[in-house]
Design a protein around this ligand. Structure first.
Ligand code: CTP
Length: 397
């Protein structure tokens, strides 16, 4: 996503500047060419040398730097994105007025690239009508904002917005601004993730080892590509990606109920969840005690969600299933694709090193309706998610 992209990172003077170093680092690591532009106050917080070390490129602090006479015109006109983080109340005011009294505001006035701003300021300053009017004015001129959020400020805790969004959130919004022009833009994508768990008694459950990592990365990629994303998640220990609507479920029937309600409006359903296939048929209302000796837990199969909700699918929607198999994965995957009437099935082998549950990497094959597998190399779950949505986007009308 970021490889070869040109990003101008504008930094104005607030304590949130320390997080701008992380932004500069992450973008550079991801392959972007990052030019940092600092206001005078920003340079009081974090010096230009810090940013130069992180990006490998000279940082701009003044209009009068020898050898960079036209940088304030070229940078904002060659860039793919201008990211301002933090954007102080003063910078917003200057920009809203169209002032060009330092290198950053001059560059902003000369811009042709899209602008994403991450405001950060004291909560009182943010609530002030002057600041709200400036934000509104800039929004009307096409500037996109991320945050500010409610959370601790340098001066203490606060219940009101002011704190700059975290770098990961800012980067996700930046990615959506740049990458949201494809076929997923404006579509509704439902992703299911993680395991489900079925009660044996009030304290014990039957579950499986799904971590939810694959589904969460899928939701993240779909949102960054411009989709409206509903992430239906079983119990997992992961933070939801920015922007997605999270619906938590516990059992396979909970999951089925949510899929049932979402499916008629979904342009894409990706069933990356690993629902429990069996549940105790008669869960005990009270905790079963060890002193009663051995127990037998009769189990019944749960509902097959993909097959059972087939009639609710929206016309023209794309349905993607997953299959984690042990041995002969491609043949078993093809037969599930047919049986569950899917457009794609993503198959992997549970016994392969580095693939499947709990890992950060995965090695999968994506099989479409013609049965030909697209075999992908061992790669991060984020890269696998990108490849899956590449295939989905190719087949969306
Ligand atoms: N799935 C589903 N409902 C279930 C179990 C699974 O919709 N009760 C979905 C999964 O989310 C996945 C696909 O079906 O996308 C294949 O899951 P898998 O567990 O391999 O399918 P099963 O039908 O349980 O097949 P098996 O006979 O191998 O258990």
């Amino acid at each position: 996503m970021w490889a070869g992209r040109r990003v101008v990172l504008g930094v104005s003077g607030g304590i949130a500047c320390y997080k701008s170093c992380v932004l500069a680092r992450r973008l550079t690591e991801a392959g972007a060419r990052v030019d940092v532009v600092l206001t005078r106050s920003a340079a009081e917080f974090v010096g230009a040398v810090t940013f130069e070390s992180l990006t490998g490129r000279p940082a701009l602090t003044s209009l009068w730097e020898p050898g960079r006479a036209l940088a304030h015109i070229r940078l904002p006109q060659d860039a793919d994105l201008i990211l301002i983080a933090p954007a102080t109340a003063h910078l917003l005011a200057r920009m809203a007025q169209g002032l060009a009294d330092d290198v950053l505001t001059t560059l902003l006035l000369a811009r042709t690239a899209p602008v994403l701003m991450a405001p950060a300021m004291n909560d009182e300053m943010h609530a002030r009508p002057e600041t709200q009017a400036n934000l509104e004015r800039l929004r009307a001129r096409g500037v996109v904002f991320v945050g500010p959020e409610v959370g601790a400020l340098a001066e203490g805790p606060s219940e009101r917005p002011g704190r700059m969004s975290e770098p990961e959130t800012i980067l996700a919004h930046a990615a959506r601004l740049l990458g949201g022009g494809g076929k997923l833009a404006g579509r509704r994508v439902v992703v299911t993730a993680g395991p489900t768990r079925e009660p044996i008694d009030p304290v014990r459950v039957v579950t499986n080892r799904s971590s939810g990592k694959m589904g969460y990365r899928l939701a993240e990629v779909a949102w960054e590509r411009g989709a409206e994303v509903v992430l239906v998640s079983g119990p997992v220990a992961l933070a939801p990606p920015p922007g997605v609507t999270l619906r938590r479920v516990e059992t396979t029937s909970d999951l089925e109920a949510v899929v049932r309600s979402e499916l008629p409006r979904a342009d894409v359903l990706v069933m990356a969840a690993a629902p429990a296939d069996f549940r105790p048929s008669d869960p005990s209302a009270s905790k079963r005690s060890r002193i009663d000796g051995a127990i037998a837990v009769p189990m019944e199969p749960t509902e097959d969600i993909l097959s059972g909700t087939r009639d609710l699918r929206k016309a023209g929607s794309i349905i993607v299933g997953f299959a984690l198999e042990t041995g002969d994965a491609l043949a078993k995957g093809r037969s599930k694709l047919e049986r569950k009437h899917l457009d794609f099935i993503v198959v992997n082998d549970a016994l392969e090193p580095g693939a499947g549950f709990e890992h950060d990497t995965n090695r999968v094959a994506v099989i479409g309706r013609d049965g030909t597998p697209q075999i992908l190399p061992l790669q991060s779950k984020r890269e696998v998610a990108e490849a899956i949505f590449d295939a989905v986007e190719r087949s969306l009308g």
